[in-house]
Design a protein around this ligand. Structure first.
Ligand SMILES: Nc1ncnc2c1ncn2[C@@H]1O[C@H](COP(=O)(O)OP(=O)(O)O)[C@@H](O)[C@H]1O
Ligand SMILES: [Mg+2]
Length: 383
């Protein structure tokens, strides 16, 4: 049996990657022309996949660039960030581990890195510092890519994923000023910084009183269009000896509101359940399975919010928009107008809701379906 053409849960950059031609072209141009770029979108819309794809393209076509992608999602403190940053920059500067050791030894003036190599040095190379020393000489780490680039006559593209994660560290404001002051001067290094917490990312990069204001070009990544998803689904079925009619395929992005991860997940379940031709009924079965699989997450989500926040979600799902009108406040038990505005802010900050053209929407389309069923006993679909 053929493998499913649909992928969710990990980034997609070659197989299963669709669309994004314009965004990819722009990012490619920016990064190869020295324009720092920030990318912001809700999670699971496709930032990491887009960057991975563009970096792969650059690696294939441009030999003068050394590229590195650093995911800051699980980095726990500033010192760890600086260590990871130094290690990954060194590793990307050459394909030979002997060079890494040389670079580690030769490129620091104040800091003395501790290097250790495992049985297979290529996969087992570590570099650490005395953390007290590290704190005193942050600039040396932050400048490392430019220092290496000048000496070795190379250029770097450094991608920092889930960047907002480091903004929560104690002392971030000092680090932030240092990053900006140093990175801005780097002539041989281009930065691509992206993250999912839109609230935090926007505050870091689009606030005139913050150091990173106007650091570079800012891309607000949008969803992939419905037409594109339909084409992608029909073609992917065909390529794996199954079929789906356009008029059925369109239910998948419609149900999942073009949300990248969920469109792929629903398409995957549908594909799996299909022997030869996917019918509407199969999509409904697949949808039930998808919601069932995600239910534990949704239940957890609900547990983290207060009753008035939950009620506000109900009002939003029911299409209300005048949340502070007496009628709506009473009907949904939203509390006081102050509660309403506070809860709106909290749910927005948590990325549960967002404002589109002056109207609030839930960000997670499958959560919305589950919620409607759970609280209003509403069917998932009326096809
Ligand atoms: N260009 C794309 N084409 C097809 N599917 C995509 C694309 N971008 C993202 N996806 C789907 O969305 C999921 C989440 O993408 P990811 O790049 O991890 O998003 P983000 O970094 O914004 O959280 C992927 O696992 C994949 O299923
Ligand atoms: Mg990501």
């Amino acid at each position: 049996m053929k493998e499913s053409p649909f992928v969710y849960g990990s980034t997609v950059s070659s197989k299963s990657f669709t669309n994004r031609e314009k965004e990819a072209e722009k990012l490619y141009q920016n990064l190869t022309q020295g324009i720092n770029t920030t990318i912001i979108s809700p999670r699971r819309w496709g930032k990491s996949s887009l960057v991975e794809k563009v970096i792969n393209d650059i690696n294939q076509k441009e030999k003068t660039f050394k590229t590195v992608i650093i995911d800051l999602f699980s980095v726990a403190c500033e010192e760890e960030f600086l260590e990871v940053f130094a290690r990954e920059v060194i590793k990307s500067s050459s394909s030979k581990w002997e060079d890494w050791v040389k670079t580690g030894k030769n490129f620091f003036k104040q800091l003395i890195p501790l290097i250790s190599l495992g049985i297979d040095p290529t996969s087992d190379f570590s570099l650490s510092f005395n953390w007290e020393e590290l704190k005193k000489h942050k600039d040396e780490i932050l400048n490392l890519p430019d220092t290496i680039a000048i000496k070795k006559n190379i250029r770097f593209i450094i991608c920092l994923d889930e960047f907002q994660n480091i903004a929560a560290f104690p002392g971030y404001d000092i680090l932030e000023k240092k990053m900006r002051a140093n990175w801005q001067r780097h002539k041989n290094v281009t930065y691509c910084i992206y993250g999912s917490k839109r609230h935090m990312m926007t505050d870091i990069f689009n606030n005139a009183s913050k150091p990173f204001y106007r650091f570079g070009d800012m891309m607000m990544l949008q969803k992939i269009s419905t037409e594109n998803w339909i084409k992608f689904i029909v073609e992917s079925f065909a390529a794996t000896d199954k079929t789906i009619q356009e008029s059925d395929a369109e239910y998948i992005p419609a149900l999942m509101k073009d949300h990248s991860w969920y469109v792929q997940q629903l398409a995957h379940y549908t594909w799996q359940k299909t022997e030869k031709n996917a019918e509407k009924e199969v999509i409904i079965e697949a949808l039930k399975e998808l919601i069932y699989a995600n239910t534990p997450f949704y239940q957890k989500e609900i547990e983290t919010i207060s009753t008035t926040q939950l009620n506000l979600l109900k009002a939003i799902i029911k299409g209300e928009s005048q949340f502070t009108s007496t009628l709506v406040m009473q009907k949904y038990k939203l509390g006081t107008p102050r509660n309403v505005s506070k809860n709106k802010a909290i749910l927005t900050k948590n990325d549960m809701i967002h404002e589109v053209d002056g109207k609030y929407e839930l960000l997670d389309p499958a959560f919305e379906l589950w919620f409607s069923k759970h609280y209003f006993n509403q069917d998932y679909v009326n096809l």
